[in-house]
Structures are given as structure tokens and as C-alpha cells.
Write a protein that binds this ligand. Structure first.
Ligand code: SAH
Ligand code: TYD
Ligand code: ZN
Length: 405
């Protein structure tokens, strides 16, 4: 029986995507024989309600020297992190000689603005190339995994932190006990632990099953975060909904007794109860909706192929690994994926082996249809590629259902 990674309770599995590859392991052509696969399935803890993967991929397989994801690839995300940094500078970091630690700082997209303001900071980032990109911009980075032992060393070397921040990273880390012990070691008594991640409520609303892949181990709700915080001596004191990455929530945690929770916390917890975000029946309905999306998407792609229409995909996202491999999309149905990330170009997507080509290839010539894998950046991409739509091209979307625009 599989146990909850937070509390040791029993997991009830509700969806199984079968054998899946590492979502960010883009392959060199000709080197496709030694791909790593694991069983991608999700369950909910019957005790603490945390929704999580049932199988854990060793972290060193995912967060390597050549981890290809760069945070600065979207203008919307650059703006988001710049305003996040300004907000922190005006609030938690407004005291004398403040210090912030960021878990999963990637290419320094957020800390760059902190560094420019002359504020003490430290990014913790195990993936070598992106850590180096951040350093090249003047950002202080510890090339390491954040965990209890590295946090204790940081405390020794730098003193206490006013805040620890993590964006799209805490949900990547199964070992919550070590993380919370590390946060506890680092934070000042009144300090806060702030993290933002894809929100389970949005994933259910949008049937966004592609948010489920190796790196996304946890799918948080206010209720499950509240239970997790409590377990480690913290309290959930604020929640804020964010529109980025298909709908996220920013959670603020403080030590027990240090801050009064805002009304927003109780409101979101109550909303989740009404929506059934701790009911297995809700997730079983989600699994059925996922099946329908797979059938509808494959029916559409096969029809377009039979009609002789050209179809390419847009955005070699980690999310798309689940879509291509679960649905069975091959290069007959989708000829290639265009993407702006140099480290992905010239490679093949994991599992499905679709070629990744530079964004410029999208227009040379425009295809009849574009399957939008980066749907979380739809507004930004559709604005940028207005000429495609103008030339009669159509976007294929698959959340919350399969539709063409
Ligand atoms: N914060 C950025 C990056 C998110 S991608 C953004 O929101 O865009 C997740 C990042 O977390 C990757 O760069 C990965 O290398 C890093 N990561 C994974 N496990 C980690 C750990 N234990 N400690 C610190 N960073 C970690
Ligand atoms: P993203 O959806 O942010 O994350 P994940 O990989 O975790 O699912 O990935 C967006 C991908 O799309 C990334 O590889 C960069 C690419 N991209 C473009 O090619 N053009 C664009 O205009 C944007 C915004 C992203
Ligand atoms: Zn649990």
C-alpha cells in the first residue's frame, strides 16, 4: 500500500497515466534507447487530503546539469516575478538589512530584481546551467538542493532569513519534512515561508491533466497546505490566487502564534469544501473527463491528418510529455514542436520523440493548425503569433475540452 509522503496516511489512487518518461529529458536524435520511464499515477491521502504522485522519481534524474527549463522564457512570467520582487521589497523585506532565500531560483528571474535593489539574497538551485545563468546576472546562488542539511549551513554562513520563497518548486519536492526543518532553521522567529504552485482547484476545473508529470509531485489546496503546515509547527496565514501558469495559489506560512490568518484563508478552505476538493468522487469524475479529452483530441488529430491538413505544436512544455505519451501523439499527427528554448531545439521530445524546432520555423510556412501545448501562455503567444490566425491558421486547445479557435 502506498503511503502519503507528508503524513504517512493511506493514498487512494484515482488516475493512472501509465508508463511516462521524464518530462524535461529532451533527447539528442540517435540517442533514444536509454530513456527512463516510471508509472505516473495520482492519489489523495485519506488522512491529510494531500493529492500526490504514487511513484517518486529520484531528484538527480530530473534536476541535472542540463535541466532545460528557463523561467525567463515568457514575458508575462518576467513581469510577474518583477512585481513579486517589488511587493516583497515593500513588505517582508522593508526592515533593516533584510535577507531572502529562494528555493529553485532557476535563471534568477525573481532574484535579479532583489539584487538590483541591493538587498541580501541567496538562490538555491541544483540545476547547473540555469544556476550559472543567474550568477552571470550578479545573483548569489548556492548550487545545491534545498533540504535540512544545506539550510543549516546557509544559516551558519549567512544568518537568519526574513523570508524563504519558492515559485513552482515546492510542489516538485516530495521530502517535505526535510524542507520544513530547513525553513525552520533559516527563518527569523517572525519570518515567513511563501510559495506559489499550480492550484488543484484550477486543475480540476480545467481538466488540466497535463499539470501532472514527474516533476509535479504535489497538487496543493488550502486545506492540504494547512494540514501540512500544522504538522511542521507552521500555520497558513494567507492565500492569494494568481492567474499565471493556468491558475496558481500563493501560500504564506508563519510560525504558530506569530500571525493572525487573513479572512482569505477560511474563505478558500470553505470554497474547497463546497467544490469537493477532498472528495474522491470529484477526482474520479476528473479521471473520466481526462479520458474524454484524450478521445476527442485523437479523433480530431486523426481527422486532420486524413484530410491532409498540416499540424504542428507550439511550446515544448514539460506538461506536453503527459499529453503526447498518454494520448499517443506521434510525428505523423504532429510534425514538430516549435519552442524558443535553445536547449530544447534540435532535440526530440521525451517518449513521443517529436522534433523540437526554433520558434521561427512556425512561420516557414504557417501550418493549418497549431496544437497549443503552452496553453498557460495563450494570451502572450496568440498576441505574438497574430499573423498565424490572420493567415487562416487555427489553434487547437485541449483544456477544459478539445476546441479549435
Ligand atoms: N522558480 C522558477 C523555477 C521553477 S522550475 C519559476 O517559477 O519559474 C523548478 C526549479 O526548482 C528548477 O530549476 C529545479 O532545478 C529546482 N529544484 C528542484 N528541487 C529543488 C530543491 N530541493 N531545492 C532547490 N531547488 C530545487
Ligand atoms: P511552461 O508552460 O512555462 O512550463 P512547463 O515546461 O513546466 O510545462 O513552458 C513554456 C514553454 O514554451 C517553454 O519551453 C518556452 C516555450 N515558449 C515559446 O516557445 N514561446 C513563447 O512565446 C512562450 C511564452 C513560451
Ligand atoms: Zn497525508
Amino acid at each position: 500500500m502506498v503511503k502519503c509522503r507528508v503524513c504517512g496516511g493511506t493514498l487512494d489512487e484515482f488516475v493512472d497515466f501509465g508508463r511516462q518518461p521524464l518530462s524535461d529529458a529532451f533527447l539528442e536524435p540517435g540517442r533514444v534507447d536509454d530513456e527512463f520511464f516510471f508509472r505516473l499515477a495520482v492519489g489523495m491521502c485519506a488522512s491529510c487530503t494531500m493529492v500526490q504522485l504514487v511513484e517518486e522519481v529520484p531528484r538527480e534524474r530530473m534536476f541535472r546539469e542540463d535541466y532545460p527549463y528557463v523561467s525567463s522564457g515568457s514575458a508575462v512570467m518576467r513581469d510577474h516575478f518583477e512585481s513579486t520582487a517589488r511587493h516583497f521589497l515593500d513588505t517582508e523585506l522593508a526592515g533593516s538589512d533584510p535577507f531572502i532565500v529562494e528555493i529553485g531560483s532557476n535563471d534568477g528571474v525573481m532574484l535579479r530584481a532583489i539584487q538590483k535593489a541591493g538587498v541580501r539574497h541567496l538562490g538555491v538551485e541544483p540545476s547547473g546551467r540555469v544556476a550559472e545563468q543567474a550568477r552571470a546576472q550578479g545573483v548569489q546562488v548556492r548550487h545545491d538542493f534545498f533540504e535540512e542539511s544545506s539550510a543549516a549551513q546557509m544559516r551558519q554562513e549567512h544568518g537568519p532569513a526574513d523570508m524563504v520563497y519558492a515559485a513552482n518548486t515546492l510542489c516538485h519536492i516530495p521530502y517535505t519534512d526535510s524542507i520544513f526543518q530547513g525553513v525552520d532553521a533559516l527563518l527569523t522567529p517572525g519570518g515567513v515561508f511563501v510559495f506559489e504552485d499550480p492550484y488543484l482547484g484550477e486543475i480540476i476545473d480545467r481538466t488540466a491533466f497535463d499539470q501532472i508529470y514527474d516533476e509535479h509531485f504535489y497538487f496543493f489546496t488550502a486545506r492540504s497546505v494547512q494540514a501540512m503546515a500544522q504538522r511542521f509547527g507552521f500555520r497558513l496565514v494567507d492565500v492569494q490566487r494568481l492567474s499565471v501558469h493556468g491558475g496558481e495559489v500563493r501560500y504564506t506560512l508563519a510560525r504558530a502564534g506569530m500571525r493572525t490568518p487573513t479572512a482569505a484563508v477560511a474563505e478558500l478552505v470553505a470554497e474547497e469544501a463546497v467544490k469537493g476538493l477532498a472528495d474522491l468522487a470529484t477526482f474520479e469524475r476528473f479521471a473520466l473527463a481526462v479520458e474524454r479529452v484524450r478521445e476527442d483530441l485523437m479523433t480530431l488529430l486523426r481527422r486532420l491528418h486524413a484530410e491532409g491538413s498540416t499540424v504542428v505544436a507550439y511550446g515544448a512544455t514539460a506538461k506536453s510529455a503527459t499529453v503526447t505519451n498518454f494520448c499517443g501523439i506521434d510525428s505523423d499527427l504532429v510534425s514538430f514542436v516549435c519552442d524558443t528554448t535553445p536547449a530544447k531545439q534540435g532535440r526530440l521530445t521525451p517518449g513521443a520523440h517529436l522534433p523540437v524546432r526554433p520558434a521561427e520555423d512556425f512561420a516557414a510556412p504557417f501550418p493549418d493548425y497549431a496544437l497549443l501545448f503552452a496553453w498557460n501562455h495563450a494570451a502572450e503567444i496568440m498576441a505574438k503569433e497574430e499573423a498565424f490566425h490572420g493567415a487562416g491558421g487555427r489553434w487547437i486547445l485541449y483544456t477544459p475540452d478539445v476546441h479549435v479557435v
